[in-house]
Design a protein around this ligand. Structure first.
Ligand code: ADP
Ligand code: MG
Length: 202
């Protein structure tokens, strides 16, 4: 079992740790307490499901998505380990670190834009290429939070990476019509892209 001690980043639903003994890798662990907001019954049931059936965990779901999409999204996403890792903090999803030229973890899209004061306009061609890839391969994602993109400084150039695949076909609407019709899914993804663009002033 891997013992996780060094926290590299904290996301909305997961904590990201250094992979012990693998300098270029990290391990994502789900924060169970993130489920508190869902309500007590749901918290209890989800906790139970999580413990009994790792198949239903979000990490397991993301790994299944990765295996399905790794080839189609090559170049946009980092490499994942093929199996979940047993750790003292639960089952973890291992992922290659996205690092800048200086060896530091790359910044999220939001942080990069705030810190560098560079206009999002310079990143637009890469964002468009990524979204075009999704549309052309009918891969529908509904979570384009700016923290799910990293800007990797690679050979001096800012390069777009997408690091959170959980939003694949995840429609949280009361009536998730996007599951029934690809044209509705397409329209929903388009709205999510517009929402991201608005958030980063594009
Ligand atoms: N492969 C990676 N390389 C570098 N940083 C990462 C990587 N994956 C995640 N991170 C950092 O960890 C944060 C949380 O990861 P994420 O997968 O989005 O978790 P959550 O499920 O909580 O949204 C990201 O916003 C990013 O800052
Ligand atoms: Mg995320």
């Amino acid at each position: 079992m891997k013992e996780l001690t060094q926290v590299l980043a904290v996301g909305r639903t997961r904590t990201v740790y250094q992979y012990p003994g693998e300098p270029d890798w990290l391990i994502k662990i789900e924060n169970r307490h993130a489920l508190v907001s869902v309500g007590k019954v749901s918290l209890f049931l989800r906790g139970l499901i999580h413990r009994l059936l790792p198949f239903f965990s979000e990490n397991a779901r993301e790994l299944r998505i990765y295996k399905k999409l790794a080839f189609s999204l090559q170049g946009f996403i980092p490499e994942y380990e093929e199996v979940l890792v047993v750790t003292d903090k639960g089952l973890g999803l291992a992922c290659r670190q996205v690092l800048d030229d200086n060896g530091q973890l790359s910044k999220t899209l939001g942080d990069y834009l705030t810190d560098s004061k560079i206009s999002a306009e310079t990143l637009k061609p890469q964002l468009e290429r990524f979204f075009q890839t999704l549309f052309s391969k009918s891969l529908y994602f509904f979570d384009f939070n700016p923290n799910n993109f990293l800007i990797q400084i690679n050979g001096g150039n800012p390069t777009l990476r997408f690091i959170d695949l959980k939003g694949y076909r995840k429609d949280r609407a009361l009536l998730p019509l996007s599951y029934l019709s690809s044209s509705l899914a397409k329209r929903k993804m388009q709205r999510r892209i517009e929402r991201l663009y608005k958030r980063i002033n594009l």
